[in-house]
Design a protein around this ligand. Structure first.
Ligand code: FES
Length: 955
């Protein structure tokens, strides 16, 4: 150990650290939690601090080299009770969502110099953000620099911390861009995330993971590891209950295969769990993992989903015939190994063929539909597995409280589902399991899984001690979930006037080693893509197939993203072949109000059309893009510019499944208290749900305290996924507020000696006959309990629509594609909080750019992921994302709260097809594989692709 003396935020520190300790670890260990641990490889910037005023990545900086130096962290910026100008600017422009990147972003932004917005974006490319799409970050930094300049000139100061811009009290709460209420704690680096707090006596867990894609554990010997000082517990498959469950966070009865075990005698992918170690420190637990001896019987493995299900390529003639049953495709004997042959597993549609999920939907007569077509086009698309890369990893802490209740504090999108799973796994009464969340640093679907809570909880039950398990970034990339890689074959029949006559889609999703989410994801692949267009003759066949690779799961867009890519690019292509305007073809065929959104019969009315403003979306985007049908690409030497467009739709919540409850009450001090089980994953729903209630109750958001997502103190909520929070929890908030409003009006009427109908509730007061009462007055009045609880069950999933336009520039010599412009219009019903909606739009769009151009998990023949780090798995930086123009089009949905629909996922869906269509417009090259890397674009151009009638260099 080395002695070390340094100053942090002007406070002296004297202590010791080992030679390998990073400055990041030291700073967090001594309580500076605003320094966030994300990649630990210097690739993301989340741990940026200043060393003598110079920004450094503290994860790479050895603590011993900081000896004698002054370190400044985010906590040191708000000097003398004042926000720094940059902190203030991030609050005003809301340059954050989950906030996990924000401390590092602000520490870099304070020091950045630039001459233009383009230079700023380049200079900030070392700081990654997965939520915002960087638009609000860039706007914040530009404002921050302006404020710094003003401050240097002595004009104006920033207000003190915990005093951020608030709502305009004189305006209705609905439709106002009220700041996210957690802003001050985010920009000052408060210890609000799961790993920022530790109970006394905490033990740490690490997991030994499989080096083999498929193997049976013949023997496992943990003795050496057990004897390591500091080790408290080792768990193997012999020590845990054998109960099949799914890691997917779905409401019961779950639709997923029950095929997962806390620990199993078989491993099914490189990275699968083998054993868990609980020790005094992370380092000891890691060392103990290496001492566990495992004798594996290596089994044959399969990583290709077609091989795994015994199929050839789609379109090869071996796919299902027009009967739609799919059975024909499944007759040859299977040569591939079977992943799930264990007798305890259930709800697997066809384990003998590695089919984890199967969907078949058909309407009309395909043979007739294609016979009616003047042109038929069929293509096969290959779409990659992606990683969510939420910056905060999976992490949870568990302990037993004084009454013996198992408490789990977790970064989860689904606390109530997690509670149910833990209760079932360990035979605990539901009330003896409490799950709650701290602030969440992003999830995007990957935390709609129970991936760490089960083992952590069991470790606490066995040791009686608090235990924490935090995933490394490598584990995030290799041992959690991905977006489903898919092979999609799509065949369209179209008349010469562009009318669709037949649509036939088949999707084969690689669901990896476990089937969590696979069947629902594959359903949405068809439902949200070919379901978006009117056509009498349709068929969709979908398979989620087991392979010996990391499982795939929920990921923003949830299967719709893949299906919409195929649909929107093939429709654009067929329109071009017919020399029709692709926009005209889309508009001619797209669904309209009154249409039934169903293919076949099994899933009738899963989605429906409520509010509808798609025509206005088209008009806004086309006008902003200055689009003229038939316009040629712009050619500048080897650079060619083109425009592309795409439409998408996504349901709000899960019809007939999603439930949310909200409790509202008047507190003795006259403030209001909302309790909701809903989960704010960083989007700002804690603010928007209060906006809804405040609007009904004639108060402001700041008059309502909120407690969220705690199975013991808040009512049930299905969780944050499927674009449901605003639509469903928002409706529950509205209903609860309306009930409480009636109670309040009745009490006020009694006090004011009038009828409730005569009392005006507005601006935080009750007024009748010239007399006024405040909420405090009512609270002081003897009264029965003033509280209301609502339960909202979604009978329908209303559809949100979006239109995306992009302009790209393709360098035909290198294949590099630059997105120059992005214009998007979202038919969102009602923007409860426009700025939060814009943040969702730009964040989703940036994710779509990543999907289109750069993101792909690469696998070796064993299924091992080859790029498990931000340096090799690139996500968009500020420099990769263009300025984005977003139009929020309101259409007053009859089902959502105040007419609002979900916007969480839709913007991710249409970016990749719009870019592909723009590349085709620019070059004639039609890409059918994502991401559209420079190599693939270059090859497609050189492949002489001339589907659009252009040849390179000839317009
Ligand atoms: Fe940047 Fe979430 S706000 S990662």
């Amino acid at each position: 150990m080395h002695p070390i003396n340094l100053k942090v935020n002007n406070q002296p520190f004297t202590g010791q650290c080992s030679p390998g300790t990073s400055l990041l670890t030291l700073l967090r260990d001594i309580g500076w939690a605003g320094v966030h641990r994300v990649c630990q490889t210097g690739d993301c910037g989340a741990c940026t601090v200043w060393l003598e005023g110079t920004p450094v990545h503290s994860c790479l900086y050895p603590a011993v080299r900081a000896e004698g130096h002054l370190i400044t962290t985010i906590e040191g910026l708000a000097a003398d009770g004042q926000f720094s100008p940059m902190q203030q600017a991030f609050l005003e422009k809301q340059g954050f969502q989950c906030g996990f990147c924000t401390p590092g972003m602000i520490m870099s932004a304070e020091k950045v110099t630039f001459e233009s917005e383009g230079e700023l974006r380049l200079a900030m490319r070392g700081n990654l953000c997965r939520c915002t799409g960087y638009q609000a970050v860039v706007d914040s930094i530009l404002l921050g620099k302006e404020m710094e300049a003003r401050q240097l000139e002595g004009v104006g100061n920033a207000p003190p911390p915990n005093n951020q811009p608030q709502a305009n009290h004189s305006l209705p709460q609905i439709g106002q861009s009220i700041p996210k209420q957690d802003g001050p704690e985010i920009v000052t680096g408060k210890p609000v995330y799961t790993s920022d707090w530790e109970p006394a006596g905490l033990l740490h867990m690490k997991v030994l993971r499989s080096p083999h894609p498929h193997a049976r554990i013949r023997h496992i010997n943990p003795e050496k590891a057990k004897n390591l000082p500091g080790v408290h517990l080792i768990l193997t498959h012999q020590d845990v209950p054998r109960r099949a469950y799914t890691t997917a966070g779905h409401a019961a009865p779950v639709p997923d295969p029950l095929d997962h075990y806390v620990l199993d005698y078989k491993v099914r992918f490189i990275g699968d769990r083998v054993a868990a170690v609980v020790a005094d420190s992370v380092a000891i637990a890691e060392k103990a993992c290496q001492l566990i001896e495992v004798d594996y019987e290596i089994l044959p493995h399969v990583v290709d989903p077609l091989e795994a299900m015994g199929r050839e390529q789609p379109g090869s003639g071996q796919q299902a015939a027009s009967s739609g049953s799919g059975e024909q495709a499944m007759t040859p004997p299977l040569a591939a190994p079977i992943l799930h042959d264990e007798p305890e597993s259930s709800q697997i549609p066809d384990a003998s063929r590695n089919i984890a999920g199967y969907v078949a939907m058909e309407s009309g007569d395909l043979v007739q539909g294609f016979a009616e077509a003047d042109r038929v086009l069929e293509k096969t698309y290959r779409l990659p597995a992606l990683q969510h890369t939420h910056l905060e990893p999976h992490v949870c802490t568990s302990w037993l409280d004084e009454e013996g209740t198992l408490v789990v504090r977790s970064s989860t999108q689904v606390p109530f589902h997690c509670q149910r799973v833990l209760s079932e796994l360990y035979d605990l009464p539901l009330e003896k399991v409490r799950v709650y969340k701290a602030k969440i640093g992003g999830g995007f679907g990957n935390k709609q899984e129970i991936l760490c809570e089960d083992l952590c909880a069991l470790a606490t039950l066995r040791t009686g001690r608090p235990v924490q398990w935090e995933f490394t970034r490598q584990e995030e990339f290799t041992c959690t979930n991905s977006r489903h890689a898919m092979i999609i074959r799509l065949k369209l029949g179209v008349r010469n006037d562009g009318t669709l006559t037949a649509m036939d889609m088949e999707a084969i999703a690689n669901t990896g080693a476990y089937g969590n989410h696979g069947c629902v994801v594959i359903f949405l692949t068809g439902n949200e893509s070919i379901g978006m267009y009117r056509c009498a003759h349709k068929r969709f066949l979908g398979y989620a197939v087991y392979t010996n690779t990391m499982p795939a799961g929920a990921f923003r867009g949830y299967g719709a993203t893949q299906g919409i890519f195929a649909m929107e690019t093939l429709l654009d292509e067929i329109a071009a072949q017919l020399e029709l305007d692709p926009i005209e073809v889309q508009q001619k065929n797209v669904i309209r109000p009154g249409d039934v959104i169903a293919i076949g019969h099994g899933e009738d009315h899963f989605n429906l059309i409520g509010g509808y403003a798609l025509d206005e979306c088209f008009a806004k985007v086309l006008q902003a893009m200055d689009y003229t049908p038939g316009q040629p690409p712009v050619v500048n030497g080897p650079r060619r510019r083109g425009m592309g467009f795409a439409v998408s739709m996504q349901g709000s919540g899960l019809a007939k499944v999603h439930t949310a409850c909200v409790h509202l009450s008047l507190k003795p001090d006259g403030r209001l208290w909302m309790r909701t089980g809903s989960v704010d994953v960083g989007t700002g729903s804690d603010t928007t749900l209060r906006q809804i209630a405040a609007h009904v109750l004639g108060v402001t958001v700041s008059d309502i305290d909120i407690t969220t997502a705690d199975t013991h103190t808040t009512p049930f909520d299905a969780g944050s996924y499927a674009s449901a929070t605003l639509y469903i929890s928002g409706q529950a908030s509205k209903l609860a507020a309306e009930k409480l409003r009636s109670q309040l009006l009745e009490l006020a009427a009694t006090r004011l000696e009038t009828e409730p109908g005569n009392v005006i509730l507005a601006g935080g007061t009750f007024e009748a006959n010239g007399n006024v009462l405040t909420f405090q007055d009512l609270a002081a009045t003897p009264h029965p309990l003033l509280s209301a609880e609502s339960e909202y069950f979604a009978d329908e999933s209303t559809l949100t629509f979006a239109v995306q336009g992009v302009e790209v520039e393709v360098d035909t010599e290198t294949g590099k594609v630059s997105v120059l412009r992005s214009v998007q219009a979202i038919d969102l019903g009602k923007a409860i909080n426009p700025r939060i909606c814009l943040g969702q739009a730009t964040g989703g769009s940036a994710m779509g750019i990543g999907y289109a151009l750069m993101e792909e998990l690469l696998f070796d023949p064993q299924g091992k992921i080859l790029n498990p780090a931000f340096r090799t798995y690139r996500i968009p930086t500020a420099a990769d994302v263009p300025p984005m123009e977003v139009f929020l089009i309101e259409s007053q949905d009859p089902h959502g709260p105040f007419g609002a629909k979900g916007v969480g996922e839709i913007t991710t869906n249409c970016m990749a097809p719009a870019i592909a269509n723009a590349i085709a417009h620019a070059t004639g090259a039609r890409l059918t594989q994502l991401p559209m890397t420079p190599e693939r674009v270059w090859q497609a151009i050189r492949g002489g692709v001339a589907d659009f009638g252009y040849e390179l260099g000839v317009v």
